[in-house]
Design a protein around this ligand. Sequence first.
Ligand SMILES: CCCCC/C=C\C/C=C\C=C\CC(=O)SCCNC(=O)CCNC(=O)[C@H](O)C(C)(C)COP(=O)(O)OP(=O)(O)OC[C@H]1O[C@@H](n2cnc3c(N)ncnc32)[C@H](O)[C@@H]1OP(=O)(O)O
Length: 285
Amino acid sequence: MQSALIVGKKICSSLLLRNWVRPLSAASDKLTNVEVNDKTGFAKLTMNRPPVNGLNLDLLRDLHQSIQDIEKNKCRGLILTSASNTIFSAGLDIMEMYKPDQERLKQFWTALQDVWLALYGSAVPTAAAINGHSPAGGCLLAASCEYRVMLPKYTIGLNETQLGIVAPKWFMSTFRNVLPRRIAEQALTQGKMFTSDEALKIGLVDELAATKEEALLKCEKFFASFAKTDPIARYLTKKQLRHNDIKELLDEKVQDVENFVLFVNQPSVQKGLGLYLESLKKKAK
Ligand SMILES: CCCCC/C=C\C/C=C\C=C\CC(=O)SCCNC(=O)CCNC(=O)[C@H](O)C(C)(C)COP(=O)(O)OP(=O)(O)OC[C@H]1O[C@@H](n2cnc3c(N)ncnc32)[C@H](O)[C@@H]1OP(=O)(O)O
């Protein structure tokens, strides 16, 4: 595990200090970084896998560990964001799916399931400060949170159909939890990527912010809106609302991994992934 959890149980639950707690070790070699504001109890979980926060097995495992740690420490809010200035997350690291090692491929998908289950079902209030592009798996993470604040001039969406991929049911449930059903259906079938303005208009994000700092503040303001609610009642309400989506994946977790492995190993899918990777690399030249 490479996550830098820089808060101990004491700090998080007793809320003693005033500012964001500084990292204990340099953040540059960590895939995720957690900072807890000991005054508010809000945790900032930053993805830090340059260049694009591609969700590979290691980053997913780190994310899972960090979410669990934040949860265990009874933080009062979790803000998911990115260390990059332009990318929230490019979604799944396609290298994990292209010519894969079969055992690792299973672990990879299981790790994604675990991150989703932890984030979507988190007892701690969650928000995403989307400070860059957020396609596919990046959008999944943001949409799994309860609130989203996005910076202008970026794009977000579940673009799977454009890549010849059928998004799994739990990706779709996540979208349906945020968007009106008809808009979710159109967005998913078209594989549409929305600009920040469009995302705001359809309700995929809740607010726009000019800077990352402003986005973080807006996420904190969202958490503050729960000041007068009972945390247990709040969580049980969220839990019930999300119960069916979570149960559906839990009931089919192993089958879902098998579906994924079967799908990814199809020669046509491998060919498509190879071409897509090439196109991304050509674009970078
Ligand atoms: C019914 C049964 C169902 C079973 C389940 C089946 C299937 C589900 C399977 C899969 C689900 C997948 C969901 C996903 O998340 S797939 C990933 C989708 N992501 C994308 O399409 C985004 C692609 N990337 C981009 O659009 C741009 O890179 C981006 C806008 C994010 C950033 O642009 P920018 O110009 O800043 O940077 P680039 O030069 O494009 O990229 C830099 C560098 O990074 C590499 N790269 C980018 N994205 C990825 C990625 N997702 N995976 C791996 N590598 C990526 C890019 O190639 C460049 O590399 P290099 O040239 O520097 O080596």
